[in-house]
Design a protein around this ligand. Structure first.
Ligand code: TYC
Length: 112
């Protein structure tokens, strides 16, 4: 006779039944994450970069100034980590804003 089990009537954990041992992995799916990178250039004013970091990434002025200086000195810095859609949106917002102000500031995303 076949045994039927409902949600309320679970099979016993181990009662000597024959079969392949399996373990159900609790699936807590995390989305892939993307770093948003700010790139250095020779022309964008430092104050503009600090303003962009505050405006689009919600970073306070002191930290924004530190990140800007890291980009200025090292060439690139991570400004945040987001899902793909949010990272793409941030990049687009920054690039549009820089272009509207005629600055060559570049921002990109990279899979973590
Ligand atoms: N290097 C620029 C300057 O000297 C400042 C700058 C910093 C530009 C960070 C872009 O992402 C950047 N005016």
């Amino acid at each position: 006779m076949t045994k039927h089990y409902s949600a309320a009537n679970q099979p016993p954990e181990d009662e000597g039944e024959i079969g392949v041992a399996t373990k159900v992995k609790p699936q807590t799916a995390r989305p892939p994450l993307y770093k948003v990178l700010m790139l250095n250039d020779d022309y964008t004013p430092m104050e503009f970069v600090v303003h962009v970091l505050q405006r689009f990434f919600g970073i306070d002025e002191a930290l924004a100034a530190k990140i800007m200086m890291t980009v200025h000195l090292k060439g690139v810095a991570v400004v945040g980590v987001f899902t793909h859609e949010i990272a793409e949106t941030k990049v687009t917002q920054v690039m549009d804003y820089a272009q509207r102000h005629q600055h060559p500031l570049q921002c990109t995303l990279e899979k973590e």
